[in-house]
Design a protein around this ligand. Structure first.
Ligand SMILES: Cc1cc2nc3c(=O)[nH]c(=O)nc-3n(C[C@H](O)[C@H](O)[C@H](O)COP(=O)(O)OP(=O)(O)OC[C@H]3O[C@@H](n4cnc5c(N)ncnc54)[C@H](O)[C@@H]3O)c2cc1C
Length: 461
C-alpha cells in the first residue's frame, strides 16, 4: 500500500521547504521530495554561495581602501581556494541546518525524482526501485534553470552558467559576461574585485534594465572603478571556443577574447514533462499557470516559486509558498501585490527597490513627487567611506502616499526592508524616529523630501 500524506511538496528550494513547513505547522502530514540538494538553487548555487563570494571580495576591497581610513595594511590578495572552501562550508552548514529543521517538523524528506502520475499519485525514482506515494494535495516547487542562448551553448568549461561561475577553481584572467541583469552584475563584481578583467555585454541600453534608468547609469559609472567594461545596446552573435578560450563575437563584428564566457541572460521555469502530461497542467510558456491562490488548473495541485515564473526571487517563492500551504490545508489566502516584494541586487554598490519605479509611474500617467537623499550627505556613510549612491522615494500626489522606493548605495539591500514599511504612509513618516548617525537616515531624508519636508536638503525650487 502506498504511503499517503495530506500534502506532498516537490522540490526543497525556498518555495518547497517553506511550503512544507507551513503545511506541517497547520497540522498536515507532509512529505517533501528532492532530487538533488536540500535548499534548491538558492542555497546550493544561487543566493547563498553568491553572497559568500561577494562578502569575501568585499573584504578584499575594504583592505584596499584601508589607507583612506588611516589604517596601514600590507598588500591584500585573494586566496581563491580558501574563498571557495569558505563558501562551500557555509552551504554545507545550511544544508545540515535545513535538514534538521525539516525533521523537527516531522516532515518526511525523500531523496529522489518525483513524477506526478495522476492528481493524487506520485512516483519517486530513487537509486533503488521506484516507490509510489499518494497525497491529497501536491505543491509543485520545481524551480528553474539558466536560459541557454542557442548560438552560445553552455559547455560547462569555457562557456558557463552562473552555477559553474560560482565554483571556478581559479580566478580567470578575463571573463565576458553576457547579460547585465542582477546575476551577471553580481558575478561581475565578484570576479572584477578578485582581479579578473570583466566585460559585460548587455543587449538593452543599460545595466540592471529592470530598474529606473538612473540606477543603470550610476552602476555603470561605479563599475568603471572596478575596471568593469560595460558594452550596452550590444548583442552577442557567436562564441568560438576552439582555441580553448572564448572568442565572443558581437553582432557589430567586434571580437572579445576571454578565458571564460559567462552567459547570464535569465532563468526559465523547470517542470517535469511527464508531470505536465499526466496532470494535463495548463502552462504559460514554460511556467506553470496559477491563479492568485497559487492553484493550478488541477484541483488540489498548487505551484509556486521559479516554476511559476513570477519573481524569480527566493523571498517571492517564500511568499507564494505561504499562500499555497495555507490553501492546501483548508485556508483561503491570496498573493498580495507583487510590486510589494522587494528587489535586491548585491553589487558594489548595492541596488534595491520596492513598490513602483519612477518609470512605472510615468507609464501609468501618475502624478508623483520624487524625494531624494544622497549617501555623501550622511554622517555615518562618510565615516565609513561609503558615500556613493542615493535613495529616491516616490509619492503619489493624488493620495499623498509613498508608493515606491529605489536605492543604490552601501547596505541598500538591508535598508529596503525598512523602505517596504514606509509604503502606503503619508507625512506621518516625519514622526518616525531613525537613530543618528545611521545610514538609514538617508531613507528618512528621501521620504521627507518627497513631502518637501527634508531637514537637510535645501528648499525645493
Ligand atoms: C547565482 C544566483 C543568485 C541568486 N541570488 C538571489 C538573491 O540574492 N536573492 C533572491 O531572492 N534570489 C536569488 N536567486 C534566485 C533564487 O535562487 C530563486 O528564485 C529560488 O531559489 C527559487 O526557489 P524555488 O523553491 O522556486 O526553486 P529552487 O530553489 O530552484 O528549488 C527547486 C528544487 O526542486 C528540485 N526539483 C526539481 N524537479 C524535481 C523533481 N521532479 N523531483 C524532485 N525534486 C525536484 C530541484 O532539484 C531544486 O532543488 C539567485 C539565483 C541565482 C542562480
Amino acid at each position: 500500500m502506498a504511503e499517503k500524506f495530506d500534502c506532498l511538496v516537490i522540490g526543497s528550494g525556498p518555495g518547497g521547504y517553506a511550503a512544507s513547513i507551513r503545511c506541517a505547522q497547520r497540522g498536515a502530514s507532509v512529505a517533501v521530495i528532492e532530487k538533488e540538494f536540500i535548499g534548491g538553487t538558492c542555497l546550493n548555487c544561487g543566493c547563498i554561495p553568491s553572497k559568500a563570494l561577494l562578502a569575501s571580495v568585499h573584504t578584499l576591497l575594504l583592505t584596499k581602501h584601508a589607507v583612506l581610513m588611516g589604517v596601514d595594511v600590507s598588500l591584500a590578495t585573494p586566496n581563491w581556494p580558501k574563498i571557495q572552501t569558505r563558501k562551500d562550508t557555509i552551504v554545507t552548514a545550511f544544508r545540515k541546518g535545513l535538514t534538521g529543521l525539516i525533521q523537527s517538523h516531522n516532515i518526511k524528506m525523500v531523496q529522489g525524482r518525483a513524477v506526478v502520475t495522476a492528481p493524487n499519485k506520485i512516483r519517486i525514482e530513487t537509486d533503488n526501485s521506484p516507490t509510489e506515494i499518494q497525497a491529497d494535495n501536491i505543491i509543485l516547487a520545481t524551480g528553474s534553470e539558466p536560459i541557454q542562448i542557442p548560438a552560445i551553448p553552455f559547455d560547462g568549461r569555457t562557456v558557463i552558467s552562473s552555477k559553474e561561475a560560482l565554483a571556478l577553481e581559479q580566478i580567470p584572467e578575463s571573463m565576458v559576461i553576457v547579460g547585465g541583469g542582477a546575476i551577471g552584475c553580481e558575478l561581475a563584481c565578484v570576479y572584477a574585485a578578485a582581479g579578473t578583467k570583466v566585460t559585460i555585454v548587455e543587449a538593452l541600453s543599460r545595466l540592471i534594465p529592470m530598474e529606473d534608468e538612473w540606477v543603470g547609469r550610476l552602476i555603470e559609472r561605479e563599475f568603471k572603478t572596478l575596471d568593469i567594461d560595460a558594452l550596452t545596446s550590444r548583442k552577442v552573435d557567436s562564441v568560438d571556443t576552439t582555441a580553448g578560450m572564448a572568442k565572443v563575437v558581437l553582432e557589430d563584428g567586434q571580437a572579445i577574447n576571454a578565458e571564460k564566457a559567462l552567459v547570464s541572460v535569465g532563468r526559465r521555469p523547470v517542470v517535469d514533462k511527464e508531470t505536465i502530461e499526466a496532470l494535463n497542467l495548463e502552462m504559460s510558456g514554460t511556467a506553470i499557470k496559477v491563479n492568485e491562490k497559487m492553484q493550478t488548473n488541477v484541483p488540489g495541485v498548487y505551484a509556486i516559486g521559479d516554476a511559476v515564473g513570477t519573481t524569480f526571487l527566493a523571498h517571492g517563492a517564500f511568499a507564494e509558498a505561504e499562500v499555497a500551504a495555507v490553501n492546501a490545508t483548508g485556508g483561503d489566502e491570496k498573493m498580495a501585490d507583487y510590486s510589494l516584494i522587494p528587489r535586491a541586487v548585491y553589487t558594489f554598490p548595492e541596488i534595491a527597490s520596492v513598490g513602483k519605479t519612477e518609470q512605472a509611474c510615468k507609464n501609468e500617467g501618475l502624478d508623483v513627487s520624487v524625494g531624494k537623499s544622497f549617501f555623501k550627505a550622511n554622517g555615518r556613510s562618510v565615516a565609513h567611506n561609503e558615500t556613493v549612491g542615493q535613495i529616491r522615494v516616490v509619492k503619489d500626489n493624488s493620495t499623498n502616499k509613498i508608493i515606491g522606493v529605489t536605492m543604490v548605495g552601501a547596505m541598500a539591500t538591508e535598508l529596503i526592508a525598512a523602505a517596504r514599511l514606509l509604503l502606503g504612509r503619508t507625512e506621518e513618516i516625519i514622526d518616525i524616529s531613525f537613530p543618528h548617525p545611521t545610514v538609514s537616515e538617508v531613507l528618512k531624508e528621501a521620504a521627507e523630501d518627497a513631502f518637501a519636508l527634508s531637514l537637510h536638503n535645501p528648499p525645493k525650487a
